[in-house]
Design a protein around this ligand. Sequence first.
Ligand SMILES: [Zn+2]
Ligand SMILES: [Zn+2]
Length: 345
Amino acid sequence: MQAARLHEYTEEMSEGLSIDEVDRPEPTRSDHVVVEVEGAGWCQTDNHIIEGMWTPYVDQDLPMTLGHENAGTIVEVGDEVTTVEEGEQVICHPVMTCGKCRACRTGDDMYCENLEFPGLNTDGGFAEYLLTSERSVIPLDTVDPVEIAPHADAGITAYHAAKKAVDELYPGSYSVAIGIGGLGHIGVQALDAMSAAEIVAVDIKDEALDLAEECGADYTVNSTDEDVVEAVESITEGDGATQILDFVGADETTSLGPDIVAPGGDHHIVGYGGDIHQPAQDLVDAEMAYRGTLVGKYSELEELVALVEQGTMDLHTSEYSLDEINEVAEKLEHREIEGRAVIKP
Ligand SMILES: [Zn+2]
Ligand SMILES: [Zn+2]
């Protein structure tokens, strides 16, 4: 089968991956599931993996097939798989979990002690077939795997952050969503679906802000022409934002937290790449927290699939073939992808 593989870390996206002919994966464990990949979302994390940014955090054995936002049709199952069968369409939670450790038993899939992460530390879905496990797949009723694929990571991550934010939001409070791209436009819809708080969307592009309005934002701020701190101060009448969802995670956005947060609020870091350099006293004075977001739980992906099947969430995607994969990487690097790019291997 064909697979888009990383052989060497590079800053040069135009030649990041090469299309190799490799063996089709086979189930080697009784709980394994082989999925014929119909859609695999391209993610900023793929750019970061190509650049080598993940090497301090995970062991990667190159060459490796990338692709962690996968959906398709089950073509083979291990001997003890009982909950899904061949021919079923599924979306894949991005990690394979053991089901036996404490984290698995409390539902915190991302903290599994024996975690495997296809596309990050094992072969992923930019290939005709993907090896995953029974615990990772969620059957799809009505939605097309190509359209829903990016929810496997982009969607679940935005939803997980929004769900944590919604716990702290209340009618009359404000949330600020920074960066209305692939994740941000899902995050705004999730906030809108689950909370009565007002949503302020911030981006550098008017088109992104138009999309934010379609997704349910009540206010928009173009940070190219407007001062974000003044704009949030004026919109919230001086109260600040109870929850900030930062889908960018650059120095310029992480530094906004202390200046726009309401007392006791949180600045959720969803996008990454920059640093946080705030005086400790800023956090003490506002009693604010920076909170990280690492994908989400299996149960949250199920909830998100339910929202999609109800027609509550709308994902903006564009489709590409496996041969166009480096072009997609370059386009995302130059912020030329609206919504989310999906590779169809
Ligand atoms: Zn991703
Ligand atoms: Zn586990």
